[in-house]
Design a protein around this ligand. Sequence first.
Ligand SMILES: Cc1ncc(COP(=O)(O)O)c(C=O)c1O
Length: 373
Amino acid sequence: MGAERTSHISLSGIREMFALTTQNAINLGLGQPDFDTPVHIKEAAKEAIDAGFTGYTPNKGYPELIDAIAHYYEQYGIYAKQEQIICTSGGSEALHLAFEALVNSGDEVIIPDPGFVAYSPLTRVAGGIPVSARIEADDGFRMQPSTVAECITDKTKVLVINSPANPTGAVQRYDELRGFVELANDYDFYIISDEVYDKIIYDGEHVSIGSIDSDRVIVVNSVSKTYAMTGWRVGYAIAPNAIVEEMLKVHQYIQACAPSISQKAAYAALNGPQETVSSMVKEFRIRRDAVMQHLKGLAECVTPEGAFYVFPRFFTPETSLDLTKKLAKAGVIVVAGSAFGHFGQGHVRISYAANQQSIDRAFQIIKEQLLMR
Ligand SMILES: Cc1ncc(COP(=O)(O)O)c(C=O)c1O
């Protein structure tokens, strides 16, 4: 029954954890800000509805939004033309379109391991073969050009990078990004750069690899995390025109356009005041520091420089899956590192997109459970 393409894919391990959720459980498994969408963004959506902005927009997104996206990326040294941008239903769709546009059957796609859950299944849906590039705690969980070099074969078509990273919070350095570009040029492959956490950075700064090389790079981003808009479903890709045209073909038939009302909201987000972003990041930083404090003596953990996750290895012989199941029963939801790839084994992803009180209580429970062994 059904097609092999989908039968080989399993549901995300993150969902599995949610299935174990009990009432009153503290959820530190979520991949979304616990903040509400800022008021001026919601107002823009209401105005769009009242003004009857409720039909299809141009497939690639309405022109003012495309301009706003282009303008947003100027801060990272990317000066994209309208035809190099496509607005999608979330970064998720932009990733999907990029894989569809680039990957032929049997092509290899190098993905970070541990890495975001979508990269491997999307590679497979496109007919490609995911190749894990191991990310090491000793390197601060930053993907290394030398590791990528070891993964390259004559079938390599795409390298996926993600900075700041889910699930580790690592932020790539300029020299590392340069290294990836040099490899892409030497071995003739593309780079998909997932930048959805670009604004959620505590140490260092975001560098878009698209500013180093624009011919081989597909930048993917969205308003989901930065503006607490995960449910609005607006993302985008910036890529060479020829690739955008290929992405458009798939987008046009599976999606037509991103939701019109959400596009207006995204415009207000990108074009409006940015204070809500900085206050959210300020709050995340306080929580990150609190979580690192809680982890002392319980786990080894690289201090994350971005996103809103920590990826500790607890001092326990249990597998990360057993530990997360035990914690779920005790009322704390976190995600087993193995959900993010083979090399995530032994680690746990904890999201601190939850209020301070919940975080403190969750760590009380985690401590008790670790001691109960
Ligand atoms: C690394 C990464 N990329 C992409 C996405 C997709 O986000 P969205 O489709 O909401 O833009 C997520 C969401 O968790 C993510 O963590």
